[in-house]
Write a protein that binds this ligand. Sequence first.
Ligand SMILES: CC(C)(COP(=O)(O)OP(=O)(O)OC[C@H]1O[C@@H](n2cnc3c(N)ncnc32)[C@H](O)[C@@H]1OP(=O)(O)O)[C@@H](O)C(=O)NCCC(=O)NCCS
Length: 162
Amino acid sequence: MDARHWPAVEAIYAEGIAGGQATFEAATPSWEAFDQGRLRAHRFVCLDDDAVLGWATVSAVSTRAAYAGVVEDSVYVAGAARGRGVGRLLLDALVRSTEEAGIWTLQSSVFPENLPSLALHLGAGFREVGIRRRIARMERGPFAGSWRDIVLLERRSPVVGA
Ligand SMILES: CC(C)(COP(=O)(O)OP(=O)(O)OC[C@H]1O[C@@H](n2cnc3c(N)ncnc32)[C@H](O)[C@@H]1OP(=O)(O)O)[C@@H](O)C(=O)NCCC(=O)NCCS
């Protein structure tokens, strides 16, 4: 992924936000903020010719040196392209690239209602760490005003640091 994909990436992100089951974010960021918050070496788009079907990135979870190999993933697929294996391709690409770079843990925070994302992550070797109760409140969208749980999932690489 690079800046030229941003309009399509942003549109897919906006679609995910509007659905109310993907994230607590209420709006898409600027390209600059998105670019700054996501590790450059681990950003992917899935393309059909030139059309972006979905995207995946990781963000650092901490600035502490000890946690340098722990990152949080984001995977978003366009509504019309869901359920066809695009999310699986993207998450597998993230797993490969992060392991090759020595990153040892991928984590994800998923709403319990987001069954496709739970299936996606469990299928990629993530385990459920636990449920964080009423961890934050939705600001906008169909669940505006409600405090929501998230399922914390993690995939500890079997190869990095083995
Ligand atoms: C979650 C999301 C990325 C999954 O991408 P996708 O391309 O639709 O998923 P895939 O077709 O690759 O399927 C991945 C797994 O989920 C399962 N799955 C897909 N849709 C499903 C559904 N509606 N219900 C239950 N399981 C589902 C598939 O069977 C597959 O499991 P398997 O590999 O074990 O067979 C996509 O639905 C999406 O973009 N949703 C909106 C944004 C979002 O919620 N992102 C995640 C934030 S945590």
